[in-house]
Design a protein around this ligand. Sequence first.
Ligand SMILES: Cc1cc2nc3c(=O)[nH]c(=O)nc-3n(C[C@H](O)[C@H](O)[C@H](O)COP(=O)(O)OP(=O)(O)OC[C@H]3O[C@@H](n4cnc5c(N)ncnc54)[C@H](O)[C@@H]3O)c2cc1C
Length: 562
Amino acid sequence: MNARVQPVAAAEAKAAPFATHEVRNQARPATGFNAFDDDRALSALIARTVPWARDKLSALGAQAGSEAVQDAARLANEYEPKLVTHDRYGNRNDWVEFHPAWHQLMALAFQSEVHGLAWSTHEPHGHLARAALSYLWNQIENGVGCPTGMAYAAIAGFSGKPQFSLWRERTLAADYDPRRLPIEAKRAAVIGYAMTEKQGGSDLRETQTTARFVERGAHGEIYAITGHKWFFSVPVADGFYTLARTQSGVSCLFVPRLLPDGSANRIHIQRLKDKCGNRSNASSEIEYHDTWSILVGEEGRGIAEILSHAHLTRLDFAVGSAGLMRQALSLALNHAQTRTAFGKPMAELPMQRNVLADLALESEAAMLGAFRVARATDGLQTSDHERLLARVATPVVKFWNCQRAPAFTYECLQVHGGNGFIMENAMARLYREAPLNSIWEGTSNMMCMDVLRAMQRDANCRDAFVDELRASSGLNAVYDRSTDDLADRLRARYPDDGHARALVTRMAHALQAAEMLRHGDAAAADLFVQSRLGADGMHVFGALPSSEGLGEIVARASVIRH
Ligand SMILES: Cc1cc2nc3c(=O)[nH]c(=O)nc-3n(C[C@H](O)[C@H](O)[C@H](O)COP(=O)(O)OP(=O)(O)OC[C@H]3O[C@@H](n4cnc5c(N)ncnc54)[C@H](O)[C@@H]3O)c2cc1C
């Protein structure tokens, strides 16, 4: 070491021990915006369709852009749920402890009616308005999106069944109540679903868990369940829809956490899953031992009962993936707009601008496709077209949005460079979360099979889908040709379901394009059609066929202004 330099360096180090460099050119924090008001595509759609929901959405949008709420999401994922099998005296406890941030987020989500607005409102298009809330919620924290999605479906499951009227009322309530009390004493209830067993989750006909009839009483038909569940999320919920085999086949039963006398029902939590993502939310393995339960619907018709709820959870996860993509996009845009490279903000580098514009188109199309199905769900009772469209298009958008989310978040992570790969950045959490929605509530392959099944059982589903596409005809020649071609493919005969993914991907692109042409910016819609349905058919983000107008697309998608 140079003896003449040493005293100077030592003196500087004493004054400011770690002042080796100036921290510069890091992205600005992605907070301090309103994820509803500042999202032009979303707020314009809502103004045209459900203007009455504007204030509610704006309030949740402000929470989504708030630093405090985003920090609660970080904390809930960092300090994970902990299983407490026994109390300190050795008695079984079967409980899970959470960081206070989890409860804070649950309270915010339920109070915002992310779970229940579709059922509580008397205004038109309640499912669409609730979908918009869920879209915003999924820009806050996805773990909580599991209990809100299950509550949304469970409320429908309780409807029209007098023995569950109290359960319906408590599940609809907005006043989140985590206390372990009998349902009569609670302000609000949280509901779980228990279908999947070790031997398989896609083929529920293989259910091994059994239930034996006990008695018919004031609560309904009582059965005792014995067996296991391999995936059992939200194990501290107040009650669980459960599949078990009875004499007539696989049946649906409802298992309250506590018995009518207030004692614990036999739901033994074996362990919590160590998950790739969704770490704020507890998912467990459990065993039932002669567990008290109430029959739901007809004995032997359990899978049909559960599938009638699944329409709603599938819609919700299609919406959820679109929301997750929107958050990833907002983070990527903020990063690229506030960090420079080669003398420019990164968002202005031509190749990066193409990537960002392409991601913006994909995000808007994912949102519009899912919201179209939410609107169709609003018309289930009043319009044949909407009912048929909802039947066939729900698995289409569940398949496609959930399938795209991992590739989309991966690209948004890349926009962040190395910072995106570090867990203290919300981007890395979204990347680990993204594959989940394509697994639960029916995997991608199951969704494609369901699309084929819907059209095979009722050709009117296929015709309704084509009619829906034709309603956007005359706006773009590439779109019109592609619709004719798809209509032919939908009528063709195939030897097996090996073609299903290719066909359903075409259906998804077509539905998204129809919505982009109807509701999107005209130039952006043309570019979407050209890159998804035209000869330049897109396989990698950032391969938009033109550099014209990409800055405008990026600006339109930016929620955080700089
Ligand atoms: C974090 C997490 C939480 C969960 N929480 C719950 C919960 O609370 N309650 C609950 O009941 N379940 C829950 N699940 C389970 C989930 O619903 C199942 O994982 C899912 O249904 C798939 O079942 P499986 O894992 O048994 O896969 P499998 O059924 O074994 O399928 C494996 C693969 O084979 C494919 N496949 C199966 N059959 C076919 C076919 N005929 N043609 C082509 N491909 C096929 C599937 O698409 C999939 O890709 C959860 C899962 C996760 C990851």
